[in-house]
Design a protein around this ligand. Structure first.
Ligand code: HEC
Length: 128
C-alpha cells in the first residue's frame, strides 16, 4: 500500500514543527545577574562564608585551601562540572546532605544553565 501524499505531507509538517533540538545553552550575561544571589556568601576571588569560585570547573569539591568545609562536602567525591553543578545547585542540601551551604537552590533549569555558563567563563578566567 502506498502512503497517501497528504499523509506524508502531514508527517513532514509535524516533524518540521517539532524538530529535535538541543537544549538551549545558558546565556552567560543572564548568569552573571543570577550570581548576585550567591554573592551574599561567595565571591570569585576570596573565601567568604562560602569558598572562592575561581577555578571551580574541574575542581574536586571541598578543596579550596584555607576554607573550612563540612565533612559532607569534603567527602562528597564530587568534581565540579556542568552536570554536578546542575544537580547541586538545584537542591544543595539534598545533593550533599550535611552541607553547610544552607541555600534552598535554584529550581529553574534554564536559570541554572545560565548561571553555570557564566561561572564556567568567569571562574575559568580568574587566577587560581
Ligand atoms: C548562605 C550562604 C551561601 C549562599 C547564598 C550560597 N552558598 Fe555556595 N556555599 C556556601 C558554603 C558555606 C559552602 C561550603 C559548604 C560545605 O562545606 O558543605 C558553599 C559551597 C559551594 C560550592 C562548592 C565549592 C567547592 O569548593 O567545593 C559551590 C559550587 C557553591 N557553593 C556554589 C554556590 C552558588 C552558585 C550559589 C548561588 C546560586 C551559592 N553557592 C550560594 C554558602 C553559600
Amino acid at each position: 500500500m502506498q502512503v497517501p501524499s497528504w499523509l506524508a505531507g502531514l508527517a513532514c509538517l509535524l516533524l518540521g514543527l517539532s524538530p529535535a533540538r538541543a537544549e538551549p545553552a545558558g546565556d552567560p550575561q543572564r548568569g552573571e545577574q543570577i550570581y548576585s544571589r550567591c554573592m551574599g556568601c561567595h565571591s570569585l576571588q576570596v573565601n567568604r562564608t562560602g569558598p572562592r569560585h575561581c577555578g571551580l570547573i574541574g575542581r574536586r569539591a571541598g578543596t579550596v585551601p584555607g576554607f573550612d568545609y563540612s565533612a559532607a562536602m569534603r567527602e562528597s567525591g564530587l568534581v565540579w562540572d556542568q552536570d554536578t553543578l546542575d544537580a547541586f545547585l538545584a537542591a544543595p542540601m539534598d545533593r550533599v546532605p550535611g552541607t553547610t551551604m544552607t541555600y534552598a537552590g535554584i529550581a529553574d533549569p534554564q536559570q541554572r544553565r545560565e548561571l553555570i555558563a557564566w561561572l564556567a567563563t568567569a571562574a575559568g578566567q580568574c587566577a587560581e
